[in-house]
Write a protein that binds this ligand. Sequence first.
Ligand code: KG4
Ligand code: ZN
Length: 341
Amino acid sequence: MPLVLGIETSCDETGVGLVRDGVLLGDALASSMDEHARFGGVVPEIAARAHLEALPTMVRTALHRAGVAFADVEAVAVTAGPGLATAVQIGLAAGKAFSLALGVPLYGVHHLAGHAAVDTLEHGPLPPRCVALIVSGGHTSLLLLGDLARDPIVHLGDTRDDAAGEAFDKVARLLGLPYPGGPAIDRAAADGDPEAVRFPRPMTGTYAFSFAGLKTAVARWVERHPGPLPVADVAASFQEAVADTLSRKAVAACLDHGADTLLMVGGVAANNRVRALTAARCAEAGIVLRVPRPALCTDNGAMIAAVGDLVARAGLAPSPLTLGIDPNAVLHGALLPAGDR
Ligand code: KG4
Ligand code: ZN
């Protein structure tokens, strides 16, 4: 089984991971989050520069933690999209250089496939079929997954506007909480009453998502509220609306498609209330819930190595060195460009 080096640079985390045969041997993560905080969101050029500076150290650290040498690497997997163009570019250039220098195959990975694949490092192989809920800063999708390496991915529903993580980030700003908003709301909500404000549950009855209306409802409520803002209560009430919407749709999708397993991944899957409510509803419906530990839900290098490991073991053809980035890649399969392999 090949030792796979995974590289992730699609947003503000510089992640490197080493995986062999479904086992995470070592990883390293640097974040430029603090450099973006004063702008209230990720600045692509700052993120790209930070990747360039952090990547060599992250590779060395991951190799050291895994107890392997650079020359032991037998395949390179790298995020080729979606993500911030300049940021993805840095990782892909590094991945190509490593692949060329070592004379090993290169796999251009779809970032969201990485979010799904990372769970195999913690909970073993995925079942032959499952429903996956991917909830990240840029994407919210309900999917039907078969063999992640080989089968096309079926979209049951996607967000029509803001992604769940984006809604957390925007609402955090409205409440004067720092970037990134998800963890800040998670913490603030711990002391709040989730029933203090009944915010709307958008688009019940379909598998599609829409969080822009919910965000606007919070903005209107904040505007109309006299006196000091009850930040904890608003955070908890907003978080409850998101958790309710996500878990309700995900469980319905499992029941409607006869899937006995729900895989919940991406940054928002790190949220305490989203995890707890989804776990309770899955238990009630007899559905097995798989969620990676919070550190593997947010962007990291292990998730990209996990995809490389799956596709290498499945015998898929590597990507050409002419591979380009695809900042807006839609998720159809584990590798980019999507197509027959
Ligand atoms: O998957 P991810 O690390 O990056 C993307 O691929 O977008 O997701 C980042 C998103 C951000 O919007 C962040 O606010 C959100 O995940 N997030 C959370 C939590 N931790 C991260 N949202 C809610 N609760 C959390 N604990
Ligand atoms: Zn991500």
